[in-house]
Design a protein. Structure first.
Length: 484
């Protein structure tokens, strides 16, 4: 059993990614700030301990007993006088210890209040460990919190005991300030994320509105209605997407319109021979002569249907990239070959009008097919004995080729028939469109010949043109751009 997961919209995905990135960034900022603050606390405590012990170390050799005016004779007296003159920070303890290391020390302290349970002078076990330590600086982990300490040893005087000056610092309050700042940053980050959620949701919705409109428009499109378009606002990528989608709809609308016309015209053209075939078969009698005539007529119509189908397949293949296969061709030889082939199409005065002696890249088979079709068209609209000219020529020169360095070649078929009325010149190259009969001539084609010629010309990135023949008639010209 396949479980279908709910679809997540692009708007939600964008917002989620934005929130993830912002959450990681804000969290990293908060952690970094807390780390910096904690490091500053440790640095300040180290400086304070170093400063206090340094001041005491300087006082030991230089201090003067105010009662005697001389040097201090005992460590106890030295420590008491020194502590009376010092002012400790709120989280700092300045203590004097007398007695030998390892013994329970006697404590000399300043009169000041500290939170209950945190004062070092009440913690005999910790004082004993500090007094016995060989280090001058250290850290104690106690149940009521961390303690940073430093000490200066004082040697025993004659008849007295040794001592030590101890500086103890309780960093919990300093670190609590850093933690408070950290949690405040996290709270502000949460508020920022909430604001970002609202703003991001609105902005993402506004940015993706054309995308939703594209999706809605695409869902509403049908083969019968391709007229909807997306309004384009701005000059960003979304506007470019809307423009591209509208251009695609334009192409689809033209393609569907052309398809409908093509199908209608093809159905009409194929329906006529089918009707003729069916009618003759239904009316066919038992007379052998009648049967022979019916078979001849049916075969002729079937041949015409076959030609229509072949032409339709050829036009359908014109959309493929391999419709033409260009290769280097001597244009003079191609023109002469076409002339020889078309002379058998009808009793006309065939004239090889001129040839272009140069090499061009084109598909010789397709180009021959186009020229033969034009010649066949000329035969259909002329009478025996009339002149039809076949030729090719170069137009322009490399010096006049323009900025792209290309000139042109033209292959043409010119007849001296009745010509083509101006109103027909715009439609004769369309599929299933025929011009008005010229001078009573009758055509039997399906109206695909000139459409095939135009497809071959466009396959060579060229064009086919209709021009008037000097003295009367029609001239069809295939114009191809060639690299210089």
């Amino acid at each position: 059993m396949t479980v279908s997961l709910p679809r997540i919209s692009a708007r939600v995905r964008i917002l989620l990614w934005l929130l993830v990135v912002m959450a990681v960034a804000l969290g990293a900022v908060a952690v970094t700030v807390r780390s910096i603050l904690q490091r500053d606390v440790d640095h300040r405590i180290s400086q304070l301990l170093t400063q206090e012990t340094g001041e005491f170390a300087n006082f030991v050799p230089q201090g003067v007993d105010p009662d005697t005016g001389g040097r201090f004779d005992t460590a106890d007296r030295l420590l008491r006088i020194y502590l009376q003159r010092q002012y400790a920070d709120p989280d700092e303890e300045l203590l004097g210890l007398t007695g030998r290391p390892g013994d329970r020390p006697d404590v000399i302290r300043q009169r000041r209040d500290l939170p209950r349970g945190t004062a070092l002078w009440r913690d005999t076990a910790s004082l004993t460990r500090i007094r016995a330590s060989e280090d001058s600086f250290g850290t104690l982990e106690r149940p009521n919190g961390e303690l940073r300490w430093a000490k200066v040893e004082i040697g025993a005087s004659p008849g007295g005991q040794p001592g030590a000056f101890v500086v103890a610092f309780h960093p919990e309050r300093e670190r609590a300030v850093a933690d408070k700042t950290f949690w405040m940053l996290l709270a502000l980050s949460g508020v920022a994320l909430l604001m970002t959620t609202g703003i991001g949701w609105a902005v993402a919705g506004r940015i993706l509105a054309p995308v939703r409109l594209v999706r809605t428009t695409a869902a509403e499109l049908t083969e019968q209605d391709l007229t909807r378009r997306i309004p384009v606002e701005g000059r960003d990528d979304i506007a470019a997407l809307a423009e591209t989608f509208n251009a695609m709809l334009d192409r689809l609308e033209r393609a569907f319109a052309a398809q409908r016309v093509f199908v209608d015209d093809a159905g009409h053209e194929l329906r006529t021979p089918i009707t003729i075939v069916r009618g003759h078969l239904e009316l066919m009698g038992d007379d052998p002569a009648d049967r022979e005539e019916t078979v001849r007529l049916v075969t002729d119509e079937l041949d015409r249907m076959s030609r229509i189908v072949e032409d339709l397949l050829l036009l359908a293949g014109a959309e493929r990239p391999d419709f033409v296969t260009p290769e280097p061709v001597q244009l003079a030889e191609l023109t002469a070959d076409v002339f020889v082939k078309v002379r058998t199409l009808g009793e006309r005065e065939w004239v090889l009008d001129g040839v272009a002696d140069r090499e061009v890249r084109l598909d010789p088979q397709r180009m021959t097919q186009a020229m033969v079709q034009l010649a066949q068209n000329a035969v259909q609209h002329t009478v025996p004995g009339q002149r039809i000219r076949i030729g090719s020529r170069s137009v322009g020169s490399r010096a006049e080729a323009g900025r792209d360095g290309a000139d042109r070649v033209e292959l043409y078929v010119a007849d001296h028939g009745p010509g083509i009325p101006p109103e027909d010149a715009e439609v004769i190259f369309e599929r299933f469109r025929r011009g008005t009969s010229r001078r009573g001539t009758r055509t039997s084609g399906a109206g695909l010949g000139l459409a095939i010629v135009r497809a071959i010309a466009e396959g060579h990135h060229g064009r086919v043109e209709l021009r008037r023949t000097e003295g009367g008639g029609a001239t069809f010209v295939l114009t191809l751009e060639t690299a210089s």
